[in-house]
Write a protein that binds this ligand. Structure first.
Ligand SMILES: [Zn+2]
Length: 102
């Protein structure tokens, strides 16, 4: 389900003042007020989120880091990170490139 971001338009509470994330069905009506303090909220348009809706931020971050390491030829770093994140195939490949015999 997509995550929608809202922020309060007035004096919201701590929960809605900066950014409020709500998981909603596409068919759900947009949120009108903060679920905690009832302050009026507006939807934050976020094109970026729309394209990675199914991908948690950590996965993206890890992927970026991995690519960075691989780009720099830091295979053992890449392998360790891949290993830690459960990307076994990737880890094995990177270990091989790092010169380890797996
Ligand atoms: Zn609030």
């Amino acid at each position: 389900m997509p995550i929608y971001e809202y922020r309060s338009t007035g004096n919201g509470c701590e929960y809605c003042r900066d950014r409020l994330e709500v998981i909603q069905k596409i068919s759900d009506p947009p949120l009108r007020g903060c679920p905690r303090c009832k302050a009026p909220v507006e939807k934050i348009p976020s094109k970026f989120r729309a394209c990675i809706i199914e991908t948690p931020d950590e996965v993206m971050e890890t992927e970026e880091k991995l690519r960075g390491y691989e780009h720099e030829g830091m295979w053992s770093h890449a392998a360790e990170l891949a290993d830690k994140t459960g990307l076994e195939e990737r880890a094995r490949e990177d270990y091989k490139k790092a010169g380890y015999n797996m």
